[in-house]
Structure formats: structure tokens, C-alpha cells
Design a protein around this ligand. Sequence first.
Ligand SMILES: Nc1ncnc2c1ncn2[C@@H]1O[C@H](COP(=O)(O)OP(=O)(O)O)[C@@H](O)[C@H]1O
Length: 283
Amino acid sequence: MAAITRLVKRASPSLSSTAARRLFCSESSSHAPPHEHFHAPPRKDPKDRNVQWVFLGCPGVGKGTYASRLCNLLGVPHIATGDLVRHELASKGPLSSQLSEIVNQGKLVSDEIIINLLSKRLADGEAKGESGFILDGFPRTINQAEILEGVIDIDLVVNLKLQEEALLAKCLGRRICNQCGGNFNVASIDIKGENGSPGMFMAPLLPPANCMSKLITRADDTEDVVKERLRIYNEMTQPLEEFYRSRGKLLEFNLPGGIPESWPKLLQALNLDDYDEKRSAAA
Ligand SMILES: Nc1ncnc2c1ncn2[C@@H]1O[C@H](COP(=O)(O)OP(=O)(O)O)[C@@H](O)[C@H]1O
């Protein structure tokens, strides 16, 4: 983390993508030799774990939901580059009109802008004494992954997977409370199992009564834009699975259903189930 902050300070105020790469890559990095197989994280208290994790997964898979739950459990910040972009858009700063055009077409923002936003967020966090993180939505291209690898050792990459049929419906059902910022989903997903593939039911995640009248839909959660985001994910982001698999860092996780079924299984896969039980018992 300190590495990226030092670089930001040197690169400030504006960072071109080539300058960012040059600066990022000038830091000595510890490249682990590629491993054949992923080993589940060791069962130890998260306080003793290095939580520098990445969440991968298609739009609508629930990266934000699970990443933010894990961050609450582990006491590390949830850093979602989509949120950083939306924050920048809402601030009506110099980048916002350029960004809104890109985001509302479902395209990717340039590496230069994204790295700038992420670097500032990491630097602000470091100044506040944060340590560790779960990154959600970054990296999204091989180029971004290589830049990240040059400065930060990522311990674990969780690749969340969900049946494709559910993804579009989940994006279209997404709602945000414009007062408390809570994320909800009004979609009720009921996929019938056929030809050997399992069925799946995901109940809606409804807001409490006081948020009901304040729900908004993201401007990029329309059918055409979601389809374009899914297409871009498959083209630009999916290759990251192999990138991290070959480094022994990828944990594949097929979501078996909604939060009640998936959350305990995800904790098991991360060897965090004991920890969660101890915390709940102490609460
Ligand atoms: N790492 C990134 N690289 C490029 N663009 C990004 C990145 N992260 C977020 N964005 C931009 O912000 C938008 C919203 O991101 P996000 O909330 O992560 O969406 P999704 O629901 O598709 O995963 C993306 O469609 C893209 O325009």
C-alpha cells in the first residue's frame, strides 16, 4: 500500500497512463513463481492475515454485496472503482461529462483515469491509517492487472460466478436508496433446472419501508447497457481469470443461490466460517 501512495505523491497532480506504468513498474515487486493449483487461505485469525484481495465477476453477480460483507467482517475497506467513478460523476468535477458518456454506454473508463481515482483513494485511506482492502471492479483488464502487480502483492482473487441467465435480471432489478446509499434488488430469480443443470432461486433483497420511496436505478442498468457491459466483461476482464489462475491466486466460487445459501458457503471456501461464528457468539 505504501508503494502506491509514494508513487501517487510523485506522480501528482495528474498522471498519464504511460507515466503511471513507468512509475508503477519502477517499484521493485515480488513476483511469486506461478503455481499450478490454488490453495485455500490458511485458517487463521483475519487479524493475522494479509487481506489484499480482489473480487472478480460479471456485472450483476453480487461482487459489491459479498465484498462489502467480507470487509465488515474483516475490518478492511471495500474499494469499488465503480463507486469511485460514480462519486466523481456526482461531484460534477472536470471529468464528469467525459465519464458519464463512457459509463452510460457501458464502456470502460481509461486506465489513466481509473488508476488516478484508485491511487487517490488508496492514498487517502493510508493517511487515515487503513490497512488491507478488498478491491471490487479493479483490475478489469490485463493491463490494469499488470500495473497492479508491479506495486502491490495481491494475496487472493475471488472469482464469483452465477448462471448467465440470472445476471441480466439481477442488474435490471438493482435499486439504490438515494438517502442511505443501501443496495437492494427487486428481482426474484427462479431458474428451473433442466438437462442436468441445476435450478436456482434467489429471493429479492427488498429495502426497509423507509427506503421504499427513495429508490433509484443506476443510469447504466438498462437492458442495452447491461448487455454491452457483459460483452465487454467477457472480452476484456475474463482473461484475468487465467492471469490469476496461473499465479495460483484464483479462488473460483459458484454462487449456489441468494445470500442465505451463498454467504455461509463463501465463508467456508475462505476458511472464515469459524471466525464468523466466534464473532457472532461474542456479539
Ligand atoms: N477498473 C475499471 N476500469 C475501467 N472502467 C471502470 C473500472 N471500474 C469501473 N469502471 C467504470 O465504471 C462503471 C461501473 O462499474 P461497476 O459499478 O464496477 O459496474 P458493474 O456492475 O458492471 O460491475 C463501469 O461500467 C466502467 O465504465
